[in-house]
Design a protein around this ligand. Structure first.
Ligand code: MBD
Ligand code: FE
Length: 282
């Protein structure tokens, strides 16, 4: 593979930025609330400069890095890795959810993935099948345990090399993405692949940032999910794998103990796991 074909920070970052720009972004924040938030933001920045006696050289390096993040299109990546987990915590705490735990969406969700029946195999290439197959099944219910027949389970995840379709070149548009329509009892059974741990692109400003504080760029292997049902609150979450690398040390701080799967071989010797999604009322 040549460098051109590699999903560089520039390529995947710009794809994530373009995707975000195509979404409608508004908030009904009041002027009073905006004023309070901006004041605290500026106070926090001033406090850091004062606490660490930040120099002019350091200030210029910061300015250059901020410009670079924009030019590489990496703001969706940087923000989702370092800030979204805190936003997600506030979101679910404020709304008092008691159903399945959420986790961050990350930069690589694409809406309107092709519909798949309740028992299905995710779209994948022959070459993806070097990864071990995974049977992922369960039921979508309300808080009382009643199956929700109108629910959908949107699933998206990286391939065996850690690449997401539509954000790395040369992958079919909807590879490892789908919207699964549950059956009349809210059940689904999806055959997919066990994803590999994910490395944040390290050849761009987010990667330089991580290196410069002596961190690592890894996320544990994960499945992304968005579960919806009429009249219910949508859950955006991720599922991880027991004992997997980086589960205890996710660069994006997005693992919760309730979201860790422990698949076991089924009668065919294929790793299988059941996970039920419980949705709060709207
Ligand atoms: C990912 O796959 C991801 O899930 C997050 C949160 C950030 C970067 C890449
Ligand atoms: Fe991801």
């Amino acid at each position: 593979m040549t460098t051109m074909e590699n999903p560089t920070a520039h390529g995947s970052g710009n794809a994530a930025t373009d995707k975000f720009k195509s979404e409608r972004v508004t908030s009904d924040t009041s002027v009073e609330r905006a004023s309070a938030i901006y004041k605290d933001l500026l106070d926090a920045l001033a406090g850091i400069v004062d606490k660490h006696q930040v120099t002019y050289d350091e200030y210029r390096v910061l300015k250059q890095w901020l410009i670079d993040v924009g030019e590489y299109g990496e703001w969706p990546l940087w923000l989702d890795v370092f800030l979204e987990h805190e936003i997600e915590k506030v979101h679910y705490n404020r709304k008092g959810f008691t159903g399945t735990k959420g986790s961050i969406e990350g930069p690589y969700y694409v809406p309107d993935s092709p519909k798949l029946p309740s028992k299905c195999t995710m779209p994948m290439r022959e070459k993806d099948k070097v990864a071990p197959p995974l049977v992922f099944k369960g039921q979508v219910t309300d808080l009382e345990g009643n199956g929700l027949p109108g629910a959908t389970v949107e699933l998206w995840h990286a391939d065996e090399e850690g690449f997401y379709s539509q954000f790395a070149p040369g992958i079919p548009e909807w590879n490892l993405r789908g919207t699964v329509e549950v059956d009349e009892n809210g059940n689904f059974e999806i055959t997919t692949l066990e994803p590999a741990p994910y490395q944040i692109p390290s050849d761009g400003p987010t990667g330089w940032f991580i290196k410069s504080y002596g961190g690592h760029p890894w996320r544990p292997a994960h499945l992304h999910l968005m579960v919806k049902a009429p009249g219910k609150r949508t859950i955006t979450t991720q599922l991880y794998f027991q004992g997997g690398e980086w589960v205890e040390d996710d660069v994006a701080t997005a693992v919760k103990p309730e979201l860790i799967l422990d698949p076991q071989p089924n009668a065919d010797g294929v790793a299988e796991v059941t996970y039920n999604f419980v949705l709060d009322p709207e």
